[in-house]
Design a protein around this ligand. Structure first.
Ligand code: PEP
Length: 253
């Protein structure tokens, strides 16, 4: 069975409520009924309900950018998976490089979040990727292997149907520098091999692996045309409706 491509927009800490609603509305018009590709947007927490309303009736799903691994209680400032489910989010991005490297999240913390998100009924976009120094030091495969192994620890085989992996080389995020299709394909194939070792060939074959890192309308088709690249996690370009719509359409090939 072919994997259905999946293109998700990570809005990060951007937009006002009015801008987010307008962006969602524009996307509904451009790609709201697109078939052959799954599309999601991940606005900041506070705009999730307003964006959800703007997406109503379309095929575009809603995602969040983070959660905490407890259900409720004295965790000031945190948001739980059940809260995200409650307001109609389907996806959550976990392990994003900005959470790892700006906010200091470890593989172990990310793993707890992944396990809890799945238990709460969310679909997870689980991000991995090496720093520039790690790539230059020839450690890409080692780093990504550790992130996948530790990050997915405790995730049962059946739950993998609800996990998308996003390979996002940190040096390509927000920099305008994109991994070449061959560089990305190499790591994607390696990640698929790891999933095969950890979960068996069925899971390896069915799990979608997105590429992320300066994806734009102009480079999407070539990247998404690689055999092990099943879509994109898009940052900057997801804030422009035309750009993001073109990337979503490039997913259908
Ligand atoms: C991201 O934040 O997931 C990302 C890939 O950002 P950008 O597309 O801006 O590089």
């Amino acid at each position: 069975m072919a994997r259905k491509p999946f293109v998700a927009g990570n809005w990060k800490m951007n937009t006002s409520q009015a801008e987010g609603v307008a962006l969602a509305g524009a996307l509904v018009k451009l790609v709201g009924s697109l078939e052959g590709v799954d599309v999601a947007v991940c606005p900041p927490f506070v705009y999730l309900p307003a964006v959800k309303a703007a997406l109503a009736g379309s095929r575009i799903a809603l995602g969040a950018q983070n959660l905490f691994y407890e259900s409720n209680g004295a965790f000031t400032g945190e948001i739980s998976g059940s809260m995200l489910k409650d307001i109609g989010a389907r996806y959550v991005i976990l392990g994003h490089s900005e959470r790892r490297h700006v906010l200091g999240e470890s593989d172990e913390v990310i793993s707890r979040k992944v396990v809890k998100a799945l238990a709460d009924g969310l679909d997870v976009i689980f991000c991995v990727g090496e720093l520039l120094a790690e790539r230059q030091g020839g450690q890409t495969l080692e780093v990504v292997t550790r992130q996948v192994k530790v990050g997915l620890e405790g995730v049962a085989k059946a739950a993998m149907a609800h996990v998308t992996v996003a390979y996002e080389p940190v040096w390509a995020i927000g920099t305008g520098v994109t991994a070449s299709p061959a560089q990305a394909q190499e790591v994607h194939a390696m990640v698929r091999g790891l999933l095969g070792k950890q979960y068996g060939p069925e899971v390896a074959r069915h799990t979608r692996i997105q590429y992320g890192g300066s994806v734009k309308a102009s480079n999407a088709a070539e990247l998404l045309g690689q055999p092990d690249i099943d879509g994109a996690l898009v940052g900057g370009a997801s804030l422009k409706a035309d750009e993001f719509a073109a990337i979503a359409k490039a997913g259908i090939q």
